[in-house]
Ligand binder design. Structure first.
Ligand SMILES: *Cc1c(COP(=O)(O)O)cnc(C)c1O
Length: 384
């Protein structure tokens, strides 16, 4: 038997460093206002940027799919779980991403831990931005490729690593396009230039950029018109799209290869058809509703400027993710608690999710916040 004091000791240590984590229960749909522990609060911490998680059209699509296709998908994709809803979603994603093909995974975590080990192994090296999402790091660890983390967005550091990578068979540069805790964007053109010079593959994770950046909401790759130079475009349907699931987009041969080799695609039950049908509608809304995206970016700009005018450090944020650096974990928790007292929900983000001594409030803006909501936020944060 395991010694129970091992668990208690660890939890006690976390608690004493203000690093113990707890969840809170939400008792309402995921929206700009939620009911949290029985209290109505303004939500400034979801990734539901466009407010689609409780959109009528998406709810309706899911309900119709349940009526028509039932709920469970019954099997993994390669056995008999590929339903028309999955195929339709993949076609829509490929069209929006302007790629030959797209392949749907059950979550972003599963996409990253499935794509990377399918393509890279012991003889390869993977160059990964130090602030990349944990699922990318886990995918690299699973692949057994050599992991080299380069300093955040530091192109000199990346180039030095590429220069020293001659002994490896394949090289991959992998990066988030919007960084989830800092809200800044990657210098993608420079990465593409370096990849060409040093014959490296490029993979991007557009989790926070899908639906947010680009003329049609396809992400930073669309915004910078670099689709022809990116080998693997991964993104999620769980953030701005307000649904669940993820995709890999790229050449037809890439998607066929992943269908044959990606273990998190092969050895898991297919996404329920209602999720796929809902995501299809979300993709349509993202492609067509530019107004909603403009509103989101306008709101982000408004709040960021307001915070900067009050003297807060918002790092290099240029997106709807706005960090307010507090440094100390205890102070970050205290700030979050005091905002909640005033009806504003913002999470404190602490190590190990962010580097030591950079604890922060992570504010996320939504397209559905009104100017009054944003002014109220600025008012409250000023008071604490
Ligand atoms: C959220 C996130 C993921 C994981 O996606 P899920 O669909 O939530 O599993 C992967 N990468 C990045 C950058 C993310 O922010």
């Amino acid at each position: 038997m395991m010694n129970p004091s091992f668990l208690e000791q660890n939890l006690f240590e976390l608690e004493s460093k203000s690093l113990r984590r707890h969840w809170r229960m939400v008792q309402s749909p995921q929206s700009k206002e939620i009911i949290l522990d029985g209290k109505r609060v303004l939500n400034f911490c979801s990734n539901n940027y466009l407010g689609l998680a409780d959109d009528e059209r998406i709810k309706q699509a899911a309900l119709e799919a349940v009526r028509q296709d039932g709920f469970g998908s019954g099997a993994s994709r390669l056995v008999c779980g590929t339903l028309s809803a999955h195929v339709k979603l993949e076609e829509k994603l490929a069209r929006l991403k302007n790629t030959e093909s797209a392949l749907v995974f059950s979550s972003g975590y599963m996409a990253n831990t499935g794509i990377i080990p399918a393509l890279f192994g012991r003889d390869d090296v993977i160059l990964s931005d130090r602030l990349n999402h944990a699922s990318i790091v886990d995918g690299i660890l699973l692949s057994r490729a050599k992991l080299k983390r380069y300093a955040h967005k530091d192109m000199q550091d990346l180039e030095d690593a590429l220069k020293n990578s001659g002994s490896f068979k394949k090289r991959l540069i992998v990066t988030d396009t919007i960084f989830s805790m800092d809200g800044d964007t990657t210098p993608l053109q420079k990465i593409v230039d370096l990849a060409r010079r040093y014959e490296a593959w490029v993979m991007v994770d557009e989790a926070h950029a899908f639906g947010v950046l680009g003329e049609h909401g396809a992400g930073l790759v669309e915004e910078e018109n670099l689709g022809d130079h990116i080998d693997i475009q991964m993104g999620t349907l769980s953030k701005a799209a307000g649904c669940f699931g993820a995709y890999a987009a790229g050449s037809k041969s890439l998607c066929d290869y992943l269908t044959n080799h990606s273990r998190s695609f092969i050895y898991t039950t297919a996404m329920p058809p209602a999720c796929a049908a809902a995501a299809s509608v979300a993709v349509d809304i993202i492609a067509q509703d530019k107004e909603r995206r403009h509103r989101l970016l306008f709101n982000a700009d408004y709040l960021r400027r307001g915070l900067q005018a009050l003297g807060f450090d918002t790092m290099q944020s240029a997106t709807p993710i706005i960090p307010i650096v507090v440094k100390d974990s205890v102070k970050a928790l205290e700030a979050s608690r005091r905002l909640l007292e005033q009806g504003i929900f913002v999470q404190a983000i602490r190590p190990p999710t962010v580097p030591v001594n950079t604890a922060r409030l992570r504010v996320t803006v939504m397209a559905t916040h009104t100017e009054e909501d944003l002014d109220l936020f600025l008012d409250c944060i000023q008071k604490i």
